[in-house]
Design a protein around this ligand. Structure first.
Ligand SMILES: NC(=O)N[C@@H](O)C(=O)O
Ligand code: NI
Length: 164
């Protein structure tokens, strides 16, 4: 079977809402703090990591770049916690997600994130592992630490061909 073609759309809060939040200053609640010397862009995403005694982890992921076309052959999800990625290297990147279809990945959606957009995958949302673009890129990652297994992977019978 020929690969299904997937083309990325712009990342917006509205379009990404079924999968989690977009982490960006645009449209965020702004709070002037520190005697007016700092703007706090407040409460951008829900860190949901407490299930089964989990705790929040802050890590840095250094991703190798992918080039178009990208083969999307699998999805993963974290049933016990959310997972947030924020780009640190000034480059765009790809967030690829899928609806759930009776416990397996359903329709897939690709989002082209700018260098100043992160995402928080809500707990249990199917997503592709990190897809950096253009060069080796660092990301700040906030996700769940704990004893229980928190990674479920599914390979697709028919991969997508993601054309940027
Ligand atoms: N495995 C891991 O920590 N990374 C993935 O969860 C990912 O979404 O990149
Ligand atoms: Ni993940």
């Amino acid at each position: 079977m020929a690969a299904r073609i997937l083309r990325p759309q712009a990342l917006t809060r509205e379009a990404f809402a079924p999968f989690g939040e977009v982490i960006e200053t645009q449209g965020a609640e702004e709070r002037l703090i520190n005697a007016g010397t700092t703007t706090r862009y407040h409460d951008l995403a829900r860190v949901d990591v407490e299930a089964a005694g989990g705790r929040p982890l802050i890590s840095i992921f250094r991703g190798q770049p992918f080039a178009s076309p990208v083969t999307i052959a699998m999805f993963e999800r974290h049933p016990l916690g959310s997972q947030a990625f924020y780009p640190l290297s000034g480059r765009p990147w790809l967030a690829v997600v899928a609806k759930d279809d009776a416990g397996r990945p359903g329709d897939a959606f690709a989002f082209l994130a700018t260098a100043t957009q992160g995402v928080n995958y809500a707990r249990g949302v199917w997503h592709h592992p990190l897809l950096s673009l253009e060069g080796v890129s660092d990301f700040l990652v906030v996700d769940r630490g704990g004893e229980d297994a928190n990674l479920e992977e599914q390979w697709l019978e028919s991969p997508y061909r993601l054309e940027i």
